[in-house]
Design a protein around this ligand. Structure first.
Ligand code: MN
Length: 247
């Protein structure tokens, strides 16, 4: 099927003051990255009921969980750390429902940054709420420079879906996150680590195609290194097969 449709999650932004407008928004880099590999992204508002999430998943060939706000720690049974952002309950609920629907329907799922963290929480894992305060290290995970700069290395595990996609065992990535996986969900495998041991990629074993990364490959699509484009290409290939099989 040409032009597979994929759901792309978005965040909401409150009106800055009375008389201004609240908005649904997503960084355009995700849209461009998905279109560049032949996918048609449909931007999904962060306000779906579980039934609506299921209806969306039934009509698309894949799901992309984009980056954004911290997941509400209540979702993994923890009290909110002072460094954790105010919860966005509707976005959390929307994306948790999308994960469940994608798993039930066997749709490929790509998670980016918050998307990795949300996937881990959806499947029963927990998060470190602030790396700088709770797991200080020499690795700067909250880069000050532009997201198009690579700031730390990764070690990728051989034989993983991530390895098959990027065809390398050591790559450099950007890093725009202050949270990370703490306890990994039992159905996920860690597939890449930063030098300080922070989990930088996860995937499920078995038939359900998932791949989630802690960095932002969508900001590195123009980079000389092919690693980040390869992640989107692998997702597009999985969506193409899902489109043939299901739709
Ligand atoms: Mn990092």
């Amino acid at each position: 099927m040409p032009h597979p449709l994929v759901a792309l999650t978005a965040s909401s932004k409150a009106a800055s003051r009375p008389g201004k407008y609240s908005r649904v928004r997503v960084n355009e880099a995700y849209v461009r990255a998905l279109q560049s590999v032949g996918l048609v992204p449909l931007v999904i508002p962060p306000s779906l009921s579980p039934d609506e999430a299921r209806a969306v998943v039934a009509r698309v060939s894949g799901v992309v969980l984009s980056g954004g706000e911290d997941v509400d720690p209540a979702r993994y049974g923890a009290a909110r750390h002072p460094a954790t952002q105010k919860p966005k309950a509707a976005r959390d609920a929307t994306e948790l429902a999308l994960v469940e629907a994608a798993r039930d329907a066997g749709r490929p799922l790509l998670g980016i940054c918050r998307g990795l963290q949300l996937l881990n929480v959806a499947l029963g894992g927990t998060l470190v709420q602030d790396l700088g305060m709770l797991r200080p290290s020499e690795v700067g995970h909250s880069q000050e420079s532009s997201g198009t700069q690579r700031v730390h290395g990764l070690t990728i595990l051989s034989g993983t879906r991530l390895h098959a996609a990027v065809r390398a065992l050591a790559i450099d990535v950007n890093s725009i996150h202050h949270q990370a996986v703490d306890r990994l969900a039992s159905s996920l495998h860690a597939t890449a680590y930063a030098p300080d041991g922070v989990v930088e990629a996860v995937e499920t074993a078995g038939d359900w195609w998932t791949l989630a990364v802690q960095w932002h490959p969508e900001e590195l699509m123009e980079d000389a290194q092919p690693w980040d484009r390869a992640i989107f290409e692998a997702f597009a290939q999985a969506c193409g097969m899902a489109a043939d099989a299901h739709i």
